[in-house]
Ligand binder design. Structure first.
Ligand code: BG6
Length: 519
């Protein structure tokens, strides 16, 4: 395939603005020539689930990364919390954090920046009938900051633990004037999401609730809006008149990674589809908001979720990789799906009749995060294809790869050199990697924790949006199709997964090649 280098930036904004994705303030200041680093006000951050997997892999390393980048408040304290049976001393929690950063962080836990970070860590266990140690730890942290810090609670706990933690925050008065970050999945179905929303609204106002989905913090996902709305090239074709189908494909090569306890009760549909992939769908499918203001942005996204047609069970393929039932912690007769592929429809003027295909699963052939928009054939086809080639005339696509650092490509047909008017496949592409930066300054979680401290809800999900998504999923959850086995390292259960998208086909483009260094 011929490759053209395309869309190189004229100006290296990253050197002017500091790390990309700093805050909504910087997002809303496109003409910004001033350094736009907005630091949040002083904060006590309380991490529930501080000894768990998410805190170890993402949150503690992410918080240290924010500290290194100078993006945590001038005054901050981080209080780890967990039920009493997992209680740690402050010293043990610091060691735990050091090990987490050493294993999963992007910088060594050493030097003055680590020392300052470590000194800000403390631990306070909490059980519903014994919140004392947590209350003491929060009080000391507040005193150390002069008594005027805001509080941010991050609930990095499994979904069944949300109600107990929320109730504790209400009963102890800790919730007052505080913000709360809640992990996905938010509920397990419509009914549980509704009652969770009701319970939380009894303790926190919606304006203080930050339902987190770390895909929404990915720089390349945010860039979808820029692609659509900062250029006049794409938005005019972003509809059913020009697009035949959309694929959102997130295959993963990893398996359970020791998370059987979480995964067994969750499965691919709740872990990935109803959360990350449908949130990405919301951004791809939404109408342009009148501004990037968080209310307008979220209103438009929620309208997409409201327009989702109920998911038909016969439009879904559920798979389980061979060997899953032998994994430690997995039931020998487990019915949990490790793969889900489905066809969704958005019932509105823009997208009527355009299928959205979503696919994600564990232990698949490749690790990718890709959106493909298939474009319609031109009204007339007057060109031939070269001898021995079998290009379909519909090889016209926009491809967005949102794995960090991400790239965007347009596949099109170009004239092959020579005397005949034959066309061959070609690609134009933009790569963050050789344009702005080789990796993004902040990862999804880091960006979102920062936004929550700044009080900006643009990139968080809203109660009504979540309920519309669960409502669309209700028929599937009521009558799930049978599980189909698939071989690890494959693309999921065949032929069902290919039949689902016929006459289209799953499309994962070649990744762009590294540029050849100059001689
Ligand atoms: C998490 C899921 O939310 O996202 C995991 O629980 C999944 O199962 C992960 O592997 C993917 O995220 P990332 O950071 O690789 O894009």
């Amino acid at each position: 395939m011929a490759h053209l280098r395309w869309w190189h930036p004229i100006d290296r904004f990253s050197s002017v603005l500091g790390p990309p994705g700093i805050s909504e303030a910087s997002r809303r200041r496109p003409q910004g020539r001033e350094p736009a680093v907005t630091r949040p006000n002083d904060h006590v951050i309380v991490l529930f689930g501080a000894t768990g997997d998410l805190a170890r892999r993402k949150l503690l390393p992410g918080l240290f990364n924010l500290a290194r980048a100078g993006l945590l408040p001038n005054g901050y304290r981080i209080v780890g919390s967990a039920p009493g049976r997992f209680a740690l001393t402050d010293h043990a929690f610091r060691e735990h954090a050091r090990a987490a950063v050493a294993t999963f962080g992007s910088a060594d836990p050493s030097g003055p920046k680590w020392q300052a970070f470590e000194e800000a860590l403390s631990f306070g266990a909490a059980d519903p009938d014994r919140p004392g140690p947590l209350l003491d730890a929060v009080r000391s942290a507040e005193e150390a900051l002069g008594g005027r810090a805001r509080k941010l609670f991050h609930l990095a706990v499994p979904p069944p633990a949300f109600p107990a933690v929320i109730t504790l925050l209400g009963d102890t008065g800790l919730a007052q004037d505080s913000n709360v970050i809640i992990e996905k999945p938010f509920g397990v179905d419509l009914e549980s999401a509704r009652s969770l929303n009701e319970l939380i609204h009894g303790v926190f106002d919606e304006s203080r609730i930050f339902r987190i989905d770390h895909f929404l913090g990915k720089e390349s996902v945010d860039n979808i809006l820029a692609l659509r709305l900062a250029n006049s090239l794409f938005e005019p074709i972003w509809n059913r008149d020009h697009i035949t189908h959309v694929q959102i494909d997130v295959p993963e090569t990893i398996g359970l990674e020791g998370r059987a306890q979480f995964y067994e009760g969750t499965g691919a549909f709740r872990d990935m589809i109803v959360t990350h992939l449908i949130q990405v769908l919301g951004i791809v499918a939404m109408d342009p908001p009148a501004s990037l203001d968080s209310h307008r942005l979220r209103d438009e996204k929620v309208k997409v979720f409201e327009a989702l047609r109920p998911i038909r069970p016969d439009h879904v393929v559920r798979g389980q990789y061979e060997g899953y039932r032998q994994e430690p912690g997995v039931a020998p007769d487990s019915q949990t799906e490790t793969f889900a592929a489905l066809r969704l429809e958005v019932d509105n003027w823009r997208w009527a009749g355009v299928p959205f295909y979503l696919r994600s699963g564990k232990r698949l052939a490749e690790h990718r995060q890709t959106i493909t928009l298939g474009l319609r054939e031109p009204a007339m086809s007057m060109f031939g294809v070269g001898p021995g080639r079998h290009e379909r005339r519909t090889d016209n696509r926009v491809v967005i790869d949102f794995a960090d650092p991400g790239w965007i490509g347009v596949d099109f047909l170009a004239k092959e050199p020579g005397p005949t008017m034959n066309v061959g496949r070609a690609r134009m592409e933009f790569r963050y990697g050789d344009s702005f930066c080789s990796s993004h300054g902040l990862q999804g979680y880091e960006r979102l924790i920062l936004e929550a401290m700044l009080g900006d809800q643009s990139l968080f999900t809203r109660a009504d949006g979540i309920e519309h998504i669960w409502a669309a999923g209700a028929p599937l959850l009521a009558t799930p199709p049978p599980l189909q086995p698939y071989a690890p390292g494959s693309w999921g259960p065949q032929p069902a997964v290919d039949r689902l998208v016929a006459p289209d086909h799953w499309y994962l483009p070649e990744e762009p090649k590294e540029p050849t260094p100059p001689e």
